[in-house]
Design a protein around this ligand. Structure first.
Ligand SMILES: [Cu+2]
Length: 137
């Protein structure tokens, strides 16, 4: 019984270490009108966890002014908990408001071209609550 469990564990470790790009989780805290860290680096498949702190409600909205249609579509599809409407450039890439401390919004980074993707908090963009996702290969 124990030997089987150990074998399973060893196999799980071997399988996970054999993957070329292990899935990672990057945490970004939304606190007192700041994203911490404000610059987050990730690869396609990584999970961004936006965790609400104080001074909310906060959210995450990707800036869409410099996105290609393809990148806009990918981000649109990657953001859960949004109204289900047909894709349009006119629909803001805004996640839901996080009200309670600890509320978390997760986005799996889609297969975007490497580059910098700006985001901000809709209620606090005027106060400078901005961040940037750097997508790398
Ligand atoms: Cu905010």
């Amino acid at each position: 019984m124990l030997m089987k469990a150990v074998t399973t564990l060893v196999l799980a470790i071997l399988v996970s270490s054999a993957r070329e790009t292990p899935m990672e989780r990057a945490e970004v805290r939304l606190n007192n009108n700041r994203f911490l860290p404000a610059l987050v680096t990730a690869r396609a498949g990584d999970t961004l966890a936006f965790i609400n702190g104080r001074g909310g409600p906060h959210n995450v909205q990707f800036a869409d002014d410099s996105l290609s249609d393809a990148a806009h579509r990918l981000i649109d599809a990657a953001m859960p908990e949004r109204p289900k409407v047909a894709w349009s450039r006119d629909v803001p890439l805004a996640g839901p408001l996080l009200v309670l401390e600890g509320d978390t919004y997760k986005v799996a980074v889609p297969d975007l071209p490497p580059g910098r993707y700006r985001f901000f908090c809709t209620p606090h963009v005027g106060g400078g609550m901005r961040g940037e996702l750097v997508v790398v290969r």
